[in-house]
Design a protein around this ligand. Structure first.
Ligand code: TRP
Length: 364
């Protein structure tokens, strides 16, 4: 059994630096590590439609944005299969059978579903498709026999749900599905990068995101106006680094080399934090440093994106070829599933012979 990666994103907007440190950067490293037999990266348009049913145009427009962000980050179509969820109909069929293995109350207890229902004010008007998306996510993961699912912390309950479905399926129908493992970022700051306004999550509707495709000037503007410690009014005041988004971003992005290059008065982040905590270090200086660090990381991504933007038809061809390959793999799993569930009537010659014999002998 090989090592297989599956992960993906909803195409509801361009990807931001939270996606990048939470999962994208890691995917590229895993892709290039050579340790995985297959890497599947899915644009989850069908899942995006579960809460954007009335806005298909938004989903349609963002497919190319997400694909460009993927390619810009270094996902390589020669090494990874990039595909679009809705183009793999086997995923629906798998979801349909998994639905029999999950209770309504279990879905209601799924923390991600619970909080998203609250956030979106769905209350009693939750679309059934939205409510059951953890099941469809289990189909996404198992269809590709994924062993490893690199995602952000917010996806933990989805993985838990998937593992339960795998366990249940294999118990009821016999060993068929592969049990996946979640792979979280090992840097704690990367688990959930806050918004530039200090809110817990980056979200397009809050306007607190730094996008991978933002221009250098936009990134700078966003960093220079970032929320910091509200009690750090004068340079000489002691400041707080805990919960301070500027320092959380530095935790996520900066390495010791960056100090030698951009801020040689300090050896490392601990020294910078100590000075800030003591007082005497202004926010502007720290923000300028963060800007230098972030620009260094984002510049090659921006350049690669610009190159791909000149080749849009080729990007669609990559997605089309990827979707075909993904479908072939999912079809194999679906065949396994149907065999295990004994709904493979026509390929089961023994069944046909048995039935013929039974009726011949007038057993019924
Ligand atoms: N739920 C994920 C998100 O919101 C997207 C997704 C859909 C996904 N199916 C998946 C992630 C399967 C990992 C595995 O970003």
């Amino acid at each position: 059994m090989g090592k297989i990666i599956l992960t993906g994103d909803r195409p509801t907007g361009r990807l931001h630096v939270g996606h990048y440190v939470g999962s994208l950067k890691r995917r590229v490293e895993l892709q290039n590590s050579g340790e995985y037999d297959e890497v599947f990266i899915m644009i989850a348009d069908a899942q995006a439609l579960t809460d954007n049913a009335d806005n298909p145009e938004k989903v349609r427009q963002n497919i190319i944005e997400v694909a460009l962000d993927y390619l810009a980050c270094g996902l390589d179509p020669k090494k990874s299969t990039l595909f679009i969820q809705s183009q793999v109909p086997e995923l629906c069929e798998l979801s349909f059978y998994y639905m029999n293995l999950v209770t309504v109350s279990r879905l209601q207890r799924n923390p991600t579903v619970k909080s998203e229902i609250q956030m979106r004010n769905f209350e009693a008007s939750i679309p059934v498709g939205f409510f059951t998306y953890p099941i469809s996510q289990a189909a996404d993961i198992t269809a590709f026999k994924a062993t490893t699912v690199p995602v952000g912390e917010d996806q933990m309950p989805m993985l838990e749900q998937t593992r339960e479905i795998v366990h249940k399926f294999n118990t009821v129908y016999g060993e068929t599905l592969t049990m996946p493992e979640i792979l979280l970022p090992d840097n704690k700051a990367c688990l959930r990068l806050p918004g530039t306004d200090g809110k817990a999550k980056m979200s397009k509707s809050l306007g607190n995101c730094i996008y991978l495709s933002d221009s250098e000037a936009d990134v700078k503007k966003k960093i220079m106006s970032m929320f910091t410690d509200p009690n750090h009014l004068r340079v000489e005041d002691p400041g707080q680094v805990e919960g301070n988004p500027v320092f959380i971003y530095l935790d996520a992005f900066c390495r010791d080399e960056h100090f030698a290059k951009y801020l040689p008065d300090y050896q490392n982040l601990d020294e910078l934090k100590a000075h800030y905590t003591r007082g005497g270090l202004g926010d502007v200086k720290v923000k300028k440093f963060l800007n230098a660090v972030l620009q260094e990381e984002l510049e090659p991504i921006r350049q690669r994106r610009k190159e791909w933007e000149k080749k849009i038809p080729e990007v669609y061809e990559i997605l089309e070829a990827g979707s075909k390959k993904a479908e072939a793999v999912a079809a194999e799993t679906l065949a396994d599933v149907k065999r295990s569930m004994k709904i493979n009537y026509f390929e089961d010659k023994e069944l046909i012979a048995e039935q013929a014999k039974r009726f011949m002998e007038g057993e019924h």
